[in-house]
Design a protein around this ligand. Sequence first.
Ligand code: 5GP
Ligand code: MN
Length: 583
Amino acid sequence: MKIAVIGCSHGELDIIYEDIRGIEERQKTCIDLVIICGDFQAVRNEYDLQCMAVPFKYRQLQTFHKYYSGQSVAPKLTLFIGGNHEASNYLQTLAYGGWVADNIYFMGYASVVRFKGLRIGGISGIHNNKHTNSGHYERLPYDEDTKRSAYHMRQSDVYKLMQLNGGSNDNESEIKQSLDVMISHDWPLNIHSCGDVDGLLRRKRHFLHDIRNNCLGNPLLEPLMRQLKPKQWFSAHLHVRFEAFINFTPDMSVQTRFLALDKVLPKRQYMEIIDIEPTEQSDSNDFEYDAEWLAILQSTNKLMSIDKRCSVPSLVMSRHSVSESDINKVKQLFDNDLKIPKNFKIQEPALNGSDNDSDPQRIRNYVNSQTVEFCKKLGITDPMSAIIESMKPLPNPDQISISDDEEDDEEEDKTDENPQKRHKADETIDGGDLFFVDRKGGDNPKGAQIDLKVNKLIENKNHNSNDIMTANTSADGLLTKRQQKRRADKVKKQTKQVETLNKIKTNNETKNQIKDNNITKNKKLKDLNEDKIVKKEIKAIIESNDKRRQLIIERLDWVKANLPMKDPEVEIEVITLDDLNIQ
Ligand code: 5GP
Ligand code: MN
């Protein structure tokens, strides 16, 4: 089987497919699959550029949008992982992988897929110590931090891949190579030491510092390579072709061949055609799910987090590896048909052939129907759905249903006959099922209305308590024992409701206060940052020979002479020449 491996594609799909066509023609061959090792730039339109961290000069739409809208179709089945230049808002909707366009499949944060019997693993992103132990907490609108942390690799995703192959090769007479191919954007840490370091340094002199300090490459990928021992490992990111061989046995019989490729630019080594024989045979010409991987997604589902701080298992553990029986259960769930459905669909915000975009500021968070379907089938959590759920406003106690006495009595009569049902009804009272979610937001003046509810409940409660008192003291026993018990239960239930309502009221007030404080704090920080950027830009112009230099100096002199230092209306400091003495 022939695979065209590409380094960083930076949105140059037209060039890549054209080059492949040329190679096929010249070499009279047929390429089966294209693998792109990140910096893919699945930018659907100019608004998506807001969600991609990239220097200004590279902020371009490139060619992906044509493949997304259907104007072009990828002529070869294409598989890719994410790097550090991505429309993270779009990729984030496909946490477990999915089609970003017809024929173009994204591997998600981490995954394993099969193609014609070839077992291919992939992991997206680059290493940054700050977010290694975070959950996937980023949501729209991104700020300057989350725009970047969104593509930082998480240890939890590496951990999932570490569970492959039953979690270990230890104590086996024959060392198993779990994958045919593994793909990552950055290189495994210190991989340069297994190849021609001098040659690498001749081309990339500035790597010397990192090499000396043992920090060239990603420290999460080094243990992953040792664990998985894939036959081939493809990477990109450092914009240079580099080959290395990692031996796992003294006789070199178990080996990983590492190949990093350059970025798509003229005369650069950005593509290589690899001939690989799959370990297993398969008649399928489509991508297929890997059953062990799906079982691992199920076994690790509890580790999924959308919090910035969460607990992550150590990479030396393999507590979530899966058994043959787990794998068989997954196969049964899929009726033994693991073909990945070709279900690409344009998702919101959609261009729909016009220039209208429903979310130009990239504020709203969307789920992707592919992920929703996949998670439902497998019984796992879609991080994006969880994020949207977590952003819903607090429950609205106004919607609480307070049933009147008659209904309660009827219900009680029925439940009395059925102890199981009675138990269920009590659970509902204690739980949150009584409340409906207020989609309009929790900022309307609810306090008074909650008070009314509380008062009504207290009234009811007192009324019922009085009945009990009467029953207990009356000589002719107006209420039967059963009725007394019902009344007592009702008082208990209503007391609980009052407590719950009061709790929600206090919670709402505190949470809204915290939210307000956070919004003010974030806005101030943002203003301060923008202010710093403006100052830096002005300073750069003044220190250069830019033709605007004189104009700006004159303007700032005028500002100092004519304006107060702070504009009381807008609360923004006026910049003067003196202020520019900044770091
Ligand atoms: P990107 O296209 O991802 O913005 O940037 C890749 C460039 O950054 C390459 O030219 C590469 O040499 C450089 N680079 C990325 N990571 C490292 C690193 O860890 N150490 C060094 N020295 N350079 C890096
Ligand atoms: Mn990169």
